[in-house]
Design a binder for this molecule. Structure first.
Ligand code: NAD
Length: 459
């Protein structure tokens, strides 16, 4: 994946280099030098911080847990990105996720740079008290590189508001007198978190899909109908037709996306399949999503796995293996679980004509190229799942001002921001033959390059 990110960034830079209207003041050798600097700056992180957290466990054993904080780029503002708690965390993954954060924030014009953190643990293998100690140690070890004006962590896979509350409390304790509300985002609302943060990513994911396939395509139907663009043809296949939807992952992002799709009045949606780490549930007539959300809330996040459980909550569905979701005969597939889900092994079996990336990097380069060549519309992660960081920005802003928005105000600002980005990108997307991911990258790289040039960094 990292290779794919780098190669699309390189292609975006090549396109800008040969576009004489971009930074026309840079000519000849100066232009070449500036673009060499740009490539070097964007393809490497500013700093990689690594520590081994020394944590006593409840049985008396003392462990040293590898952990990271990566600062990719801060040209647009303080570093920003989550802390992943997972046993597979490694330096390369954290660097790539930090890189994606730089591109995501640039794309949506959020005044943050890109950062990411990781702790190499399976959080389910530790007691609550041990996890709290791990969080406290993380803040102590990285205290000199984080902070509201330098680097603002947030939750990621395996962490949530509980961990952010503990971390903010430790930051406050060891930095007496300093502002602390903006030091972490994704906190609980009573601790200065933002209303709407929990739902923000799923709402944004569904919004990007609805806006592209309904609002934009309906408003531009005539011009798209005469276009030779392959993705315009795909989009028009869906206009005013009932939509069948499958959603992989039923956690924070997937369950909110499913609820949004279920409730959406503007489209004739049928969510026919959802899945999680255990199962796929399928019903050709549409699933009762609110009943499934209620079930998962009472069952540690897991979907029903037996006929008895389905009967108890009066949900009619066929239980299938979890991988089935990826190759179902549906129009739209939302990916809201893990990386590398569509890959070389299954790319030829994928039937969906629209894929929306709620998860980070769920499509490998091979699958991405193959599906794009077939005219499949892939709404990429940096466009679709930015709702979380956009509302994190609103949380940071509210923390600085100690003035708090209503939930309605948060959603309004979130959707305005995402729509602004879509309105910038979509005309270009339907006007050239590149996949949407490449259009997004070109846009992010253009913004970053302009800012870096004006900051005098391209020498
Ligand atoms: P989560 O832990 O709440 O949910 C993950 C879901 O995926 C669960 O339903 C789990 O059962 C399921 N899952 C795990 N392994 C699976 C497998 N092999 N097959 C199918 N399903 C599987 O996580 P989340 O917060 O919803 O995040 C999901 C993805 O979205 C991650 O890639 C994350 O980086 C990305 N993301 C999340 C946010 C956010 O605000 N939460 C923001 C941006 C990106």
């Amino acid at each position: 994946m990292e290779e794919q990110t780098r190669s699309i960034v390189q292609q975006s830079l090549n396109a800008l280099l040969s576009n004489e209207t971009f930074l026309p003041e840079l000519q000849g050798d100066m232009r070449k030098t500036a673009f060499t600097s740009l490539n070097a700056i964007l393809s490497t992180p500013n700093q990689i911080h690594k520590s081994f957290l020394r944590v006593p466990l409840k049985d008396g054993e003392v462990v040293r847990i590898p952990s990271y904080r990566v600062h990719h780029n801060n040209a647009l503002g303080p570093y920003k990105g989550g802390i992943r708690f997972h046993e597979s965390v490694n330096e390369e993954e954290v660097v790539n996720l930090a890189f994606l954060m730089t591109l995501k924030n640039a794309l949506h014009n959020v005044p943050f740079g890109g950062g990411k953190g990781g702790i190499v643990i399976d959080p389910k293998a530790f007691s609550e008290q041990e996890l709290q100690r791990i969080c406290i140690k993380y803040v102590r070890y990285f205290n000199n590189v984080i902070g509201p004006d330098n680097d603002i962590p947030a939750p990621d896979v395996g962490s949530g508001e509980r961990e952010m509350d503990w971390m903010m409390a430790e930051y406050k304790k060891i930095n007496p007198g300093s502002p602390y509300l903006g030091s972490f985002t994704g906190k609980s609302v009573v601790n200065g978190g933002s209303l709407g943060r929990r739902e923000a990513t799923g709402k944004g994911v569904y919004f990007t899909f609805r806006y592209l396939i309904h609002d934009y395509v309906t408003a531009n139907e005539k011009s798209l109908a005469v276009s030779t663009n392959p993705f315009a043809k795909t989009a028009l296949e869906f206009i005013n037709k009932p939509l069948t939807i499958a959603i992989q992952g039923f956690g924070n992002v997937g369950s909110i996306t499913a609820l949004e799709a279920y409730r959406c009045q503007n489209l004739q949606n049928k969510v026919v399949a959802v899945s999680d780490r255990n199962v796929t549930l399928y019903n050709a007539d549409g699933l009762d999503i609110p009943a499934l959300v209620e079930f998962t809330a009472k069952n540690r996040g897991d979907l029903p796995t037996t006929e008895e459980q389905l009967k108890e909550i009066k949900v009619s569905a066929v239980i299938q293996p979890r991988e089935d979701i990826l190759t179902m005969d549906v129009g739209v597939l939302f990916l809201a679980a893990l990386e590398n889900q569509l890959n070389d092994q299954n790319k030829e079996e994928v039937k969906a004509r629209i894929i929306v990336e709620g998860a980070n990097a769920p499509t490998t380069t091979e699958a991405d190229d193959y599906l794009s060549q077939k005219g499949v519309i892939i709404i990429p992660d940096i466009l679709a799942n930015a709702g979380g960081v956009i509302v994190s920005y609103l949380e940071w802003l509210q923390g600085r001002e100690t003035q708090f928005f209503t939930e309605e105000e948060v959603y309004k600002q979130l959707l305005v921001k995402m729509q602004t980005t879509m309105d910038l990108i979509l005309p270009q997307y339907f006007g050239d033959p590149f996949p949407l991911r490449q259009n997004c990258y070109i846009h992010s790289v253009t913004r970053l390059s302009t800012v870096l040039y004006k900051q005098g960094k391209l020498y």
